[in-house]
Design a protein around this ligand. Structure first.
Ligand code: DGL
Length: 304
């Protein structure tokens, strides 16, 4: 490993008080950030949402890898002690490249999600839904089958779920919007419910007992997904297992924030509408996001 090529972030004595960096193509990774903030209340977090280039899912893996490398390098320059790639598409495309380039531990969301699914399934038949990039990469099937080769994995790309979440969150902020989907915590257009059924019905017929939400946007659709797939199928999001990995990694390295350390939450985004980013983000993070820093694509490109 060539240490000289790496982006350096945390070698000073006060490393434990540095933030955990997390990024996603937009606000979806805040489902992971929220879990980390809940599980590790003393840890500061620096979240980056690449809203201007969202969605990542339909893009070629090589392009998503470049985005992941740019954002990781940018966050690393802000000084972080650990990086979480809070996006399945970016994990599938760029985890290894980013791990090679950064000098801090880098955790993706696919391996933790796969582990949680392997722990949960008794039928050894697991469904995975995600973006086209994630599903076509085969990263989930590989990760699950490397833990238990006897598990059958049925994967299905459900790209419009990302759009449903983004739109649902936006419409939900409209006080005049009166058609709330009964089965969901966010607004879902009736036409989207049909699409969700078309996506999930074939998986239901595969006799799976566990369904992995292989996209960090999807936990916001859990009530809708569960109502279609059936309450007897366990729904797995990688957020909880990822937060556990973060806790263990920090403890092992002696880099956990001290008890009583007051956490600082910072946010940066490529979004042009900072107000909207903060409003949507606050709803997911479960805490108010007040000041978000705007970062241009040129600045990200320069970081690499
Ligand atoms: N949150 C991203 C993921 O986990 C998906 C959204 C996108 O397509 O950009 O893959």
């Amino acid at each position: 490993m060539q240490e000289g090529n790496k982006n350096h972030s945390g070698s000073s004595p006060d490393v434990s008080s540095l933030p955990i960096g997390i990024f996603d193509s937009g606000v979806g990774g805040l489902t992971v950030a929220r879990e980390i903030a809940n599980k590790l209340p003393n840890e500061s977090i620096f979240y980056f949402g690449d809203t201007l280039r969202c969605p990542y899912g339909p893009r070629p893996l090589a392009e998503v890898r470049t985005f992941a490398r740019q954002i990781s390098a940018w966050l690393s320059k802000q000084r972080i002690k650990l990086l979480v790639i809070g996006c399945n598409s970016a994990t599938a495309a760029g985890l290894e490249a980013v791990q090679r380039e950064l000098d801090v531990p880098v955790i993706g969301v696919i391996e933790p999600g796969a582990r949680a699914a392997v722990k949960a399934t008794t039928a050894r038949c697991v469904g995975v839904i995600g973006t086209v990039a994630t599903i076509e990469s085969g990263a989930y099937s590989q990760a699950i089958r490397s833990l238990d080769a006897g598990i059958t994995v049925f994967s299905s790309a459900t790209p419009r779920f990302v759009e449903m979440v983004e739109e649902g969150l936006r419409l939900d902020r409209n006080p005049f919007e009166d058609i709330m989907a009964q089965a969901s915590s966010i607004y879902i257009r009736p036409a989207f419910q049909e699409i969700a059924r078309d996506y999930l019905d074939p998986l239901k017929r595969c006799q799976i007992d566990t369904l992995v939400l292989g996209c960090t946007h999807f936990p916001l659709l859990t009530p809708l997904i569960s109502s279609i797939i059936g309450s007897d199928i366990q729904i797995i999001s990688s957020a909880e297992e990822t937060a556990r990995d973060v806790a263990e990694t920090l403890a092992r390295r002696g880099h956990a924030a001290e008890m009583g350390h007051e956490p600082v939450y910072r946010f940066a985004t490529t979004a042009t509408d900072l107000e909207e980013f903060s409003a949507l983000g606050s709803a997911i993070f479960g805490r108010p996001i007040r000041d978000s820093q705007q970062v241009s694509i040129q600045e990200l490109e320069k970081a690499l």
